[in-house]
Design a protein. Structure first.
Length: 425
């Protein structure tokens, strides 16, 4: 138990403690009332005896306890108590570091993330869209998700926001589709009164893509740039609210003859199964984005040609696979809970491995299994399933990689990558 003593030591007053390393003399300098800085008289080293590797200095820790417990002088028993507190703090931080490593949050070797993705100006808050509109590579993913979170906050409270594409140099289909889907959802949430606009991208290619997919028109931004590059005019987009298989031709009609009929049929089945999953599963649970809005069965789809590959992307803004699996496939969820592995990437992997539709009807297909099997027997093809914080990647050879990332996309996104003959880069 701590016992309060007499007065606080005067500035510059020294006292010797038998628990200081190498019998260092410790000086407590009074900075202000209730705040003291401890320094070692020589070297400023850590001088907790019996706490190897603990680099926290004695003074700041002692000061916090001094302020909380109203102690004015440290005696031998209190110093031993502070030593135990330091050891407990060290153990707590070590446990936290282990948890972060298990979640895949190693920051070593990653690019530095610009946390200031938005800035407040006289025209409102400005979101600086990252250099790449990308949902996989860091730091672009983190900057994208933080910007989308600010968009939702501004729409909820009626604040003005400007989306700035000044530093954007490259656009990927998955990131652009998520951005367009979020904006359309916010447009419906505000009943058309969304106070969000954007600047015309300085990069000519990015400006063409923004015009082609309807982003500039949706935000009522005038732009003199017209899509003209061959890899831009091929971008197609579609939006629907149900299992509308007829919309498949809206995004893939331009590639008739470039992909085999068998692959086209497989893509059709995969897209149709994704639409069916949206209708039956995606919106059974609320989306945890802070907006009091329930969507029915909305989905968005892109097709784009990038780096010699056809990219077909399908997205919904529902609760994600981890949010719908407990009710849609309780048997799969039960096995996941027994393994105590609740990471989104692992959950996607289990759901794909046990891809059986909830209704168990033959005409309903094979769920996620049908979706990922689209790229089988297509050399160089791949599919990626994004859901909340996890990513599941599979190649045509059956190689599987699971990624656990920071930040949630708050939904599910499927990206098929198919090589186009004669267009490899």
């Amino acid at each position: 138990m701590l016992h309060a003593s007499s007065d606080l030591p005067a500035k510059g007053k020294e006292f010797n403690s038998p628990h200081c390393t190498n019998r260092l003399s410790c000086r407590f300098d009074v900075v202000s009332s209730g705040q003291v800085e401890s320094r070692a008289a020589r070297g400023g080293r850590s001088f907790f005896q019996g706490a190897p590797g603990w680099e926290l200095r004695y003074g700041p820790l002692a000061l916090k306890l001094l302020e909380v417990t109203k102690i004015k002088k440290i005696d031998l028993n209190q110093e031993l108590y502070l030593q135990r507190v330091a050891r407990r703090t060290q153990s707590r931080l070590a446990r936290r570091a282990r948890r972060m490593r298990r979640r895949g949050r190693r920051n070593a070797g990653r690019p530095r993330i610009d946390r200031a993705v938005t800035a407040l100006t006289k025209d409102g808050r400005v979101w600086r869209v990252p250099k790449q509109v990308n949902l996989f590579l860091e730091p672009y993913r983190t900057e994208m998700l933080e910007g989308l979170r600010e968009l939702r906050r501004c729409a909820k409270f009626g604040k003005r926001m400007v989306i700035s594409f000044d530093k954007t140099e490259r656009v990927f289909s998955d990131g652009m589709l998520l951005l367009v889907a979020e904006l359309r959802r916010l447009l419906r949430y505000t009943e058309g009164r969304m106070n969000i606009t954007c600047t015309v991208p300085l990069n000519d290619k990015v400006a063409q893509v923004a015009k082609q997919v309807g982003l500039l028109d949706m935000l009522r931004v005038e732009c003199a740039v017209l899509p003209r590059d061959s890899d831009v005019v091929a971008w197609r987009h579609a939006y629907g609210t149900g299992a509308e298989g007829c919309r498949f031709d809206d995004v893939l009609a331009d590639y008739d003859g470039e992909i085999t009929p068998a692959l086209s049929s497989a893509l059709y089945r995969g897209v149709s199964e994704a639409m069916t999953n949206v209708v039956n599963h995606a919106y059974v649970s609320p989306r945890l984005d802070g907006l009091d809005m329930q969507m029915k069965s909305d989905w968005w789809m892109f097709s784009a040609e990038q780096d010699g590959k056809l990219s077909v992307v399908f997205c919904d803004l529902g609760a994600g696979i981890s949010g719908t699996l407990p009710s849609s496939r309780p048997d799969v969820w039960r096995r996941i809970t027994l393994r105590q592995n609740f990471q989104d990437g692992r959950i996607i992997k289990y759901a794909v491995a046990d891809s059986v539709s909830r209704t168990k009807k033959g005409h309903r297909g094979k769920g996620l299994g049908q979706i990922v099997k689209v790229i089988e027997a297509v050399p160089g093809a791949s599919v990626a399933v994004y859901s909340n914080r996890g990513i599941y990647r599979r190649t045509a050879l059956g190689e599987v990689k699971v990624h656990e990332l920071d930040g949630s996309i708050l939904g599910t996104l499927i990206n098929w990558q198919i090589p186009l003959p004669g267009r490899e880069v």
